[in-house]
Design a protein around this ligand. Sequence first.
Ligand code: HEM
Length: 129
Amino acid sequence: GQAAYEANCASCHQVNGAGIPGAFPPVAGHAASLYNAEGGRAYLINLLLYGLQGEIQVEGQTYNGVMPPWQQLSDDDIANILNYVVTAWDGNQQLQGFTPFATAEVAEQRATARSSNDVYALRQQLGLS
Ligand code: HEM
């Protein structure tokens, strides 16, 4: 997953996962907290497949950007990228009962077409603080 992350995600979220405050949220640590939220697992898959649009708060910063969809990536690539971002940069220390993302569950989420606004609605159901 690291190579696919660095090829597709690091231009915005940076190789070290720290993002750019106010422009691109961090994925280091933050991806693991999304994973731990109720519904977070399916949310993360949809986030990559369909992108995200809408105002969010991450670690005290407001973001109101557009994350593009990654439907062109294979189910395998998406599973691998997610396995990387939730475990890298010490995220593995935060995870509560991690089961690696599998190709089949990416295919399952892909079967329902969604917009980036739909993904935003899913995010609001996660019960994040
Ligand atoms: C948000 C991961 C590629 C721009 C996020 C979030 C994660 C993430 C975990 C936080 C979502 C949340 O808190 O709910 C990834 C991964 C990528 C990727 C794994 C590669 C497949 C990109 C790229 C860009 C980008 C290339 C820039 C063109 C953004 C923006 C947000 C965001 C602007 C915030 C959206 C908003 O304000 O609603 N991304 N990202 N992402 N990402 Fe990415």
